[in-house]
Design a protein around this ligand. Structure first.
Ligand code: FAD
Length: 317
């Protein structure tokens, strides 16, 4: 990992920098490239547009590292309201087989996972409420992956909730050394695993830090998921990953509705549309809300060109 990337990822966790950056006059316009808006209505409008274009959607209410119970409860209320609004979109028409075109993505740290007393149980109960609302509205839920200190707690909550909501998905990060083994453990019937490279600054002891090693791990993990009996969700913008994934799913003779591609809102939209037009299932991860800082900084860290775009806007603004 480059020094610049490490610095950006450290900045993503700085409350002081967050206060400064979010006050800059240019921020909102620049952030709009990666975030659908600050309101639920903007998120729902974006979902409607994407569905009409033939793409599926996962909406993320931005927020992470919640430090008090009231804030975690407020986030659950936001999700319930969002799910109700999304449920009223005409998505039943585009359902293919068992695949649900609309989904919400949740971060357990936003739901209280890090609270000092009973954080794990609080996050589990909050996630349960969101799953129950999603089930009633015909939506799916996927639990995002955060830094490695949360992985055991997150996977154990997902395992527990899947007893009641077997469609509940989760994310595995190829940069973690443990992930190939996690893929083996979780590639069974009905599982929905989103495989991504990983977006946090992790120590060498738990993660591959060299780009080539991360890419190689991604392909090994993908092979495990594709050979399994679950539903792999291939989350990447990397042409090399996408090419290898297509070869892997074809040689495993998976049908279109037995896997999907996923990309982030605002990144490689043309490629998203090209894949959808070619008949592939493509889901776009759409974040919205006020708390865009951490998400935005992780996107800047991934691609120096994005950082240049932000700095040019600052100078120009
Ligand atoms: P990278 O290694 O970043 O990029 C490889 C290549 O992709 C680039 O060289 C370029 O050719 C192409 N590319 C990348 N960006 C662009 C661009 N803007 N324009 C044109 N080409 C581009 N991470 C987590 O830690 N937890 C999560 O829960 C999580 N959820 C995710 C959900 C989705 C749907 C996606 C797509 C990603 C998610 N991530 C998550 C982020 C992920 O871990 C990576 O940080 C991020 O996707 C960048 O990795 P990449 O595979 O796209 O390839």
């Amino acid at each position: 990992m480059s020094a610049l990337r490490s610095t950006m990822l450290a900045a993503a966790r700085s409350a002081r920098l967050e206060r400064t950056v979010t006050r800059l006059p240019v921020s909102r316009a620049v952030v709009a490239r990666f975030v659908a808006g600050t309101t639920e209505q903007q998120a729902v409008d974006t979902a409607r547009t994407l569905l009409r274009s033939g793409r599926f959607v996962s909406i993320d209410h931005l927020g992470e590292d919640t430090t008090d119970l009231a804030s975690a409860q407020a986030i659950v209320a936001n999700y319930r309201s969002l799910i109700t609004a999304l449920g009223s979109l005409p998505h039943a028409d585009v359902t293919t087989g068992a695949v649900r075109p609309l989904e919400v993505s949740v971060k357990l740290s936003a739901l209280g996972q890090a609270l000092p007393h009973d954080g794990h149980a609080i996050a589990r109960d909050h996630a349960h409420q969101i799953c129950a609302a999603a089930e009633a509205a015909g939506l799916w839920v996927t639990v995002d992956a955060e830094d490695h200190t949360t992985t055991d707690s997150t996977l154990s909550i997902v395992r527990e909730l899947r007893a009641e909501f077997p469609w509940l998905g989760t994310v595995l990060q190829a940069y973690l050394r443990r992930t190939e083994e996690d893929c083996r453990a979780m590639a069974g019937p009905g599982s929905r695993i989103r495989l991504c490279k990983g977006a946090y600054d992790e120590p060498e002891s738990v993660a591959f830090r060299d780009r080539a090693e991360v890419d190689a791990s991604y392909l090994r993990c993908l092979a495990v998921l594709v050979a399994g009996t679950g539903y792999p969700m291939i989350a990447s913008h990397d042409p090399a990953v996408l090419g290898a994934a297509e070869v892997a799913v074809q040689s495993a003779q998976r049908k279109t509705e037995e896997y999907e591609y996923q990309m982030l809102f605002g990144i490689r939209s043309d490629e998203q549309q090209r894949l959808a037009d070619a008949g592939k299932h493509v889901r776009v991860y759409v974040p919205y809300g006020d708390q865009w800082y951490g998400y935005f900084l992780r996107r800047l860290a991934e691609r120096p060109a994005n950082l240049g775009f932000f700095l040019r806007a600052l100078v120009g603004g």
